[in-house]
Design a protein around this ligand. Structure first.
Ligand SMILES: [Zn+2]
Length: 158
């Protein structure tokens, strides 16, 4: 696959499909054509505007093939499997600030502030999805608790 394909000004296909787990376990993580279309829209509508506002961001996870998603224990309905979602963070801007800016300025389907601990501005990351078929603008916070991961509506701290 031509991984140097550019999906938007600053994002290439290679960083949207890169996965150390896929490399280690030799799991195929190639998107289909429709997934590629979704990834392109995700880059153009979410990641590129964030990049232009805040500078370089790191993509922790973009596309996940069903095989890879199973290996990383992702939800079976994960939007990562459709090429509609990415996990990312900035090392210069606190993750809650990134997340709030997106909700005020961009069209998005679902945003989750994941595992921000309320103290370290670099803790956790932002999960955000974009759906060509319509966006719900759903806002959630994922918190790690003793009984597991808990999702709350809106942006909340512990
Ligand atoms: Zn995610």
């Amino acid at each position: 696959m031509a991984e140097r394909i550019r999906l938007s000004k600053n994002f290439s296909l290679s960083e949207m499909v890169k996965s150390s787990t896929a490399e280690r376990l030799r799991v195929d993580n190639s998107p289909s054509d429709i997934h590629l279309v979704n990834l392109t829209h995700l880059c153009i509508n979410i990641l590129q505007p964030v990049r232009e506002q805040f500078g370089v961001i790191t993509i922790n996870s973009g596309y996940r093939s069903p095989a890879l998603n199973a290996k990383v224990g992702g939800s079976k309905t994960s939007q990562h499997c459709n090429g509609q979602a990415a996990d990312f963070e900035s090392f210069s801007t606190p993750n809650p600030d990134l997340a709030k800016w997106i909700t005020k300025n961009l069209e998005f389907d679902q945003i989750i502030l994941e595992f921000y601990d309320g103290k370290d501005p670099n803790s956790g990351w932002v999960h955000c999805s974009y759906n060509l078929m319509g966006n719900r603008k759903k806002i959630l916070t994922a918190l790690k608790t003793k009984s597991g991961v808990v999702y709350k509506n809106g942006f909340v701290s512990k």
